[in-house]
Design a protein around this ligand. Structure first.
Ligand code: NAP
Ligand code: GCO
Length: 261
């Protein structure tokens, strides 16, 4: 395999969940720029329509599919519709996710369960739905969007950390169980990235903003552009012998004790 062909996704069908905006939208754009045919999902019709329009504006012919990724019947239909419209799914990015920041002792169990449902059970549901097609086709790529909280805890994010820690091990188990079918399953662990999900933490002057800048060697928040190259790598044949790996795209947070105050 010559380079840069190894990074080409020409003709590959990619499904990205929760991709009307934020990290999912950026990852879908990156895969499209590398040649992939894009199917993206959202749970909200209005956001889905905005996502289709934004892709069109960017010159990307992405198909939008509405589904709540926690609903197995809806996901089975989503995958069947994508495969009817575009062909067998070669690349799955399990991106959809939520966070609820509540002190654990005050957290309602239904909120805990909702975070686990969307951030951990849904990646299982969607991967389960696409793996049979990948097995039949002779291989595929699954990329689960993990987190710093796959490795670290912090106050108020118990449900999210439990989910993202579990997602790390689900990633490794899919890699273990399906590597023999030429399916590689890896994770991307973004650091702290500027998206709507982290907007409450990035209010100018918010102590968390200066905290994260001090914890990141580059002294800045990540952007969704920082995640594009790693996603294309893990979606391409350049990573065919990378399996069960969580690629942390965190600017070095996990390596760094933090800037002395
Ligand atoms: P975001 O801006 O909040 O976007 C989350 C996306 O997931 C939205 O499109 C949302 O759609 C969708 N979604 C939520 N529940 C869904 C469901 N049940 N079915 C289908 N789609 C659903 O989040 P983000 O910052 O882009 O994060 C994307 C992923 O990266 C998440 O898994 C997050 O945990 C992870 N992550 C984020 C960061 C960060 O710093 N931002 C860092 C590490 C990891 P609606 O808006 O329609 O609900
Ligand atoms: C938080 C943040 C983080 C980021 C991300 C870090 O409240 O700590 O939302 O969880 O979203 O997951 O990798």
């Amino acid at each position: 395999m010559t380079y840069p062909n190894a990074f080409s996704l020409e003709g590959k069908v990619a499904l990205v969940t929760g991709a009307s905006y934020g990290i999912g939208f950026a990852l879908a754009s990156a895969l499209a720029e590398a040649g992939a045919i894009i199917a993206f999902n959202d749970v909200n019709e209005e956001f889905l329509a905005k996502g289709v329009a934004a892709n069109k504006e960017a010159g990307i012919d992405a198909r939008g599919y509405i589904a709540d990724v926690t609903d197995e019947a809806a996901v089975q239909k989503l995958v069947a519709d994508v495969e009817k419209d575009l062909g067998t799914i070669d690349i799955l990015v399990n991106n959809a996710g939520i966070i609820k920041r509540v002190p654990m002792h005050e957290m309602d169990v239904k909120d805990f369960r909702q975070v686990i449902d969307i951030d951990l059970t849904a990646p299982f549901i969607v991967a389960k739905a696409v793996i049979p097609g990948m097995m039949k086709k002779g291989g595929g790529k699954i990329i689960n969007i993990c987190s710093m909280m796959s490795e670290l805890g912090r106050e108020t994010v118990s449900a999210y950390a439990a989910a993202k820690g579990g997602l790390k091990m689900l990633t490794r188990n899919i890699a273990s169980e399906y590597g023999a079918f030429n399916i590689q399953c890896n994770g991307i662990g973004p650091g702290y990235v500027e998206t709507p999900q982290t907007a409450p933490l990035r209010v100018p002057g918010h102590p968390f903003d200066s905290f994260i800048r001090a914890k990141t060697p580059a002294g800045r928040w990540g952007t969704t552009d920082d995640l594009k190259g790693p996603a294309v790598f893990l979606a391409s044949s350049a990573s065919d012998f990378v399996n069960g790996h969580i690629l942390y795209v965190d600017g070095g947070i996990l390596a760094y004790i933090g800037k002395q105050p």
